[in-house]
Structures are given as C-alpha cells and as structure tokens.
Write a protein that binds this ligand. Structure first.
Ligand SMILES: NC(=O)c1ccc[n+]([C@@H]2O[C@H](COP(=O)([O-])OP(=O)(O)OC[C@H]3O[C@@H](n4cnc5c(N)ncnc54)[C@H](O)[C@@H]3O)[C@@H](O)[C@H]2O)c1
Ligand SMILES: O=C(O)C[C@H](O)C(=O)O
Ligand SMILES: [Mn+2]
Length: 539
C-alpha cells in the first residue's frame, strides 16, 4: 500500500508524511526519518531549482516535482508565479513540445487518444480519470501549437501546461482536470521521419473522418463527465472555428485561441484607450495574420463596436485584415469564413493591387491599432511602425505571436521607434523599457491571463454554456487594476496580480451566468461559490 501512495502524485507528501501517517499507510522505512513541513519542502526545492542553469533544465526539474507531488509543485508555483510562468508555460513549453520524444520520462496523467483506435476512447478516458470527478478537460489535436505549427502527439504538453496555469492562477482543483491529446496524425515531416516519435506515423486524417473522431471524443467525454467544461487549444486554422461553432451552443465549451485571446486583447485595448483617453469607436483596426487568433480577436473588437452603438455597416468600415496575400479583398476565393466579413472592396482604393504587404496597407489605411498574430518574426519593422505613428498620437501595437522567437516586434523597439508614444502589449513576458527617463511597463496580452479566471467562474457557477455576454463581461472586468495616470503605465495588469484578476474575471463571468439564468444549479452568492470552488495546495 505504501508504494502506491508514494507513487501517486495526488496523494504523495514525500518527506512531509507524519510518523503516524507513515505507520498507517505502510510507509515506514520508505522515507528518511526527519519529517519536513510543506514550507521546508518548498524552500529546499526552490533552492535546488535555482541551481539549474537553463530554462529547459528548470522546466524539467519542475515537471519532476509535478510528477511526484502535486501539492508541493503548486505551492512552489503559487509562490513564484512571475518567475515560473515562462518556465512552466510559454515560451519554454515550446522547447519541450519540439523535443517531446527525446525528453519523454512519463505521461503526466494525460490521456492519449488515437484516430486509429477509436474503440478504446471510453476506456482510455476512464483509465485516465481513475474514478476522479473530472470538471475540466484541455484538449488539443496539436495542428497549430502556438506559432510553431504541427507537433502531433508532442502537443500533449500544451494541454498539460495550460492546466497547470489553471490551478496556479485560479485554484482549479488538479484532481478534477484531464489533459487530452487527439492524435489524428501529423503533417510534420520531421516527426514522421523520426524513429523516436511517439505519435502515429502517418499524415493527418482530415474531413468527415476527422470530425467523426472529434465527435466521438466529445460525446464520450460529455457522457462520462456530465459537469464538464471543455477547453479546445491549438487546433489548426481549418478546424478551430468549425469545432467551436459546432459545439458552443450545445455544451459548456471554450476555444482559447479564438475566445481567450479575443478577451485579453480587448481588455488590453480598453486599457490602452483608458491611458490615451480615446474612444473605441474612433479607432481603425488592423489585424496582421488573420488566422484562428487574428480573426477571433477581430470579431471580439468588432462586437465591442456594435455594443457601443455602431451599426454593423458602420463598424465594418473600421476593420482591415492582412494575411499572406496582403490586404484581404472580397474577390479572393481563398478567404476563410471568419475572414469574409472583414474583407474590403478593391474599388475603395486607387492602388488596390499594390496593397500586398503590411507597409503599403499601413500607408493606405492609417491604422490606430495594429495586432500581430501572423507567426512571422520581425514583421513590425521600423518603417511600418514609424509610418503608423506618423498618423496617430498613441498607436496601439500588440505583437502577439508566440513563442518569443516568433514575435512581430520587441517592445523596446516599438517604444523607441515611436518616441515612447506606443501603447504596447506582447504575447510573452517583456521586460520594462527605460526611455527618456520614463519606465514603460509592458502588458502581457496572453490568454493565460484570462482563461483560468474564466474557467473558475464557469465551474463555480455551474454555467451550462459560455456565451458572448459572459465573454464581454470577462474582458471588461480587467479595467481599473492599473493606474492609467502613471507615466509608462501598462495596458494590462501585471502577472504578479494573476490570482487577483483571476478572481475578478471569475466573478464577472459567474455573475453574468447567474443573471442570464444559465446555471445548472441555483447559485445564491456568486462570491462564495467561487471561494468554495477554489483548491489550495496544502496537505
Ligand atoms: N498572445 C496570445 O494569447 C496568443 C493566443 C493565440 C495565438 N497567439 C499567437 O498567434 C499566432 C497565430 O496563431 P493562430 O492559432 O492564429 O495560427 P493560425 O495558423 O490560425 O494563423 C496564422 C495566420 O497568419 C497568416 N500568415 C502567415 N504568414 C503570414 C505573413 N507573412 N503575413 C501575414 N500573415 C501571415 C497565416 O496565413 C494564418 O492565417 C501564433 O504565433 C500564436 O502563438 C497568441
Ligand atoms: O499558449 C500561449 O502562450 C498563448 C496562445 O494560446 C498561443 O497559442 O500562443
Ligand atoms: Mn494556443
């Protein structure tokens, strides 16, 4: 019995098992004699962490702690959130996804489902849940991991990592979550040729067969876990929006790249306008990289224009999208359904045929907001930014592509090229920028700042769906944490306040669900429902 407890990360306390527990659970002789407190374990583990030199080594060390002892891992994480976020999560997580097979130690309580073996989906989910009451699944098919592309089964790490952030940021009970990867094959040649690759060695199955596989997973998971909140992560551009549209009115579900990114970016823009004292409906919005995230964000900002009273026709005039081919025009037969509403007519421009690159488009439309989700590093060049800044006092510039190596620009350059006028947020954490005696704090517009609170609000309120009103409430709730009068203020609150604003978002979402009568159970007091739902890392 002792061995099974000590090898179970949900139950293991390691050296903190008391003498009584050691006797009761058959652990006598299996641990060094001195009984440590959780605080001593945390201090000792953190000291060991600090001896690791590279970020990858640090991450691997923390994963080892996670594999052994969840309470210790989350206690440590909660005490060092700002330091650990880029190690446990983006950007370091990208390295472990690219090298998953080489680094493989164990499966980290994840569920691996294969398109080639669908008869065992139910058993697989049951085995992974092991009798636990699963309230939250993060599922990926890994076709579009961050901006690094298709990583097949390796993408499981993003599901594991996103869930770690749920617990660290919002106190989601780690015994109620399940990371899932759907292996439908991969089109990554490097993986297909790699004998060490641990996923299916064939190209992606697409079309009806693919959708049947996803359906089978969704139906089985909903059946096994009736109180489930299902989070989709890093699906490819051809499928992400389709899947969201298919399920969003039927089950409690969420697409992080479309909706989570939409919320945090709207919150960042609201923060920026709060600093510049400008009106949303006066802005000209340019989306660079009109894929899953780009189109998701654009729709969210567009909905905000409508909410502020503009007609659809008026609002559309403020939006432009650039993708690989340049400015998107309505005569283009390759547009995605999400791009179509924002495509422009060629006869609006005298030089439409020349609008095939970002600089030409910026010159033609004079955007006041530029958001990058293109996966193309360095594309917000000095020329582009100086041209944009020549026509607007406080340009709002968000290079959001992840990980670090793919960002459209560095915050420091954006501040320098605009003489400190740019209101900047980045996808990954960026250091403060000193310029002309002012310290500029750079907000992080990463969906990790909202999805944990959103999930907590949904789970605590037993919301049956996540709808636009709840999403809008979440985006608006983040205002008021930053003082906009301070010189160099960030457009979003700092990651150090993650737990504070997770609770803020959770309250806004749960309140909205309650108000709309969209909760499965009757919720009397939203704040106490949220408090009760929170898990804390204690023995
Ligand atoms: N900060 C965040 O919270 C956050 C959230 C989601 C996605 N992202 C980042 O956004 C990026 C895109 O993610 P996605 O899921 O939308 O991927 P996606 O593949 O759906 O979209 C990328 C889009 O960029 C376009 N593109 C490629 N090359 C281009 C070029 N040279 N010029 C203009 N457009 C080009 C593609 O055609 C595609 O439409 C990734 O780097 C991802 O990490 C950030
Ligand atoms: O994972 C992240 O850091 C944010 C986002 O979901 C992404 O795909 O880049
Ligand atoms: Mn993502």
């Amino acid at each position: 019995m002792g061995m099974s407890i000590i090898n179970d990360p949900f139950k293991n306390k390691g050296t903190a098992f008391t003498l009584e527990e050691r006797k009761q659970f058959g652990l006598e002789g299996l641990l060094p004699p001195y009984v440590q407190t959780l605080e001593q374990q945390v201090a000792q583990t953190y000291a060991q962490y600090q001896t690791k030199v590279s970020d990858l080594e640090k991450r691997l060390f923390l994963m080892q702690i996670f594999n052994e002892n969840h309470v210790l891992f989350y206690k440590l994480f909660s005490q060092h959130v700002v330091e650990f976020m880029p190690i446990v999560y983006d950007p370091t997580i990208a390295d472990t996804i690219e090298n998953y097979s080489e680094l493989y130690v164990q499966s980290q309580n994840a569920t691996f489902l294969s398109i080639d073996n669908q008869d065992i989906i139910e058993n697989s989910l049951k085995n992974a849940a092991d009798g636990r009451n699963i309230r939250l699944i993060v599922v990926t098919d890994a076709e579009g991991i961050l901006g690094i592309g298709d990583w097949g089964t390796n993408g499981v790490d993003i599901a594991v990592g996103k869930l770690m952030v749920y617990t660290a940021a919002a106190g989601i009970d780690p015994s109620q979550v399940l990371p899932v990867v759907l292996d439908a094959g991969t089109n990554n040649d490097k993986l297909l040729k790699d004998p060490l690759y641990l996923g299916n060695h064939h190209s992606r199955i697409t079309g009806d067969k693919y959708y049947e596989f996803v359906d089978k997973f969704v139906e089985t998971a909903e059946h096994l876990f009736p109180n489930l909140y299902l989070h989709f992560e890093d699906f490819g551009r051809d499928n992400a929006a389709n899947l969201l549209n298919k399920y969003k009115d039927k089950i409690t579900t969420f697409n992080d790249d479309i909706q989570g990114t939409g919320i945090i970016t709207l919150a960042g823009i609201l923060g920026a306008l709060n600093i510049s004292k400008q009106k949303m409906t006066d802005q000209i919005y340019l989306c660079f990289g009109a894929g899953t995230a780009g189109a998701g964000i654009t729709k969210r900002i567009y909905d905000e224009f409508i909410q502020e009273g503009l007609s659809e026709q008026e609002a559309r005039k403020h939006f432009y999208m650039v993708d690989k081919q340049g400015l998107l025009f309505d005569d283009d037969t390759t547009l995605t359904p999400e791009q179509k509403p924002f495509a422009r007519s060629r006869n609006e421009f005298s030089n439409a045929d020349e609008l095939t690159n970002l600089l030409a488009v910026v010159k033609a439309i004079h955007p006041t907001i530029l958001v990058g989700t293109s996966t193309q590093p360095g594309t917000f060049t000095e020329d582009v930014i100086r041209e944009m800044a020549a026509h607007t006092k406080r340009p709002i510039i968000f290079p959001l592509s992840n990980p670090t190596k793919l960002a459209e620009a560095k915050a420091i350059d954006l501040i320098q090229w605009t003489e400190g006028r740019a209101l900047v947020a980045t996808g990954i954490p960026a250091p403060d920028v000193e310029f002309n005696g002012v310290t500029y704090h750079i907000g992080q517009a990463n969906n990790a700042l909202v999805y944990p609170g959103l999930g907590l609000g949904i789970i605590a309120s037993t919301a049956t769906v996540l709808n636009d009103a709840m999403i809008s409430a979440a985006a608006h709730s983040l205002g008021g944490i930053v003082d906009p009068k301070e010189a160099g203020a960030a457009v979003l609150p700092p990651v150090s306040k993650l737990d504070h604003f997770s609770t803020t978002v959770a309250l806004a979402v749960a309140e909205s669900a309650k108000l709309q009568g969209l909760t499965r159970e009757k919720i009397d007091d939203v704040a106490s429902a949220i408090n009760d739902a929170k898990w804390a890392p204690e023995y």
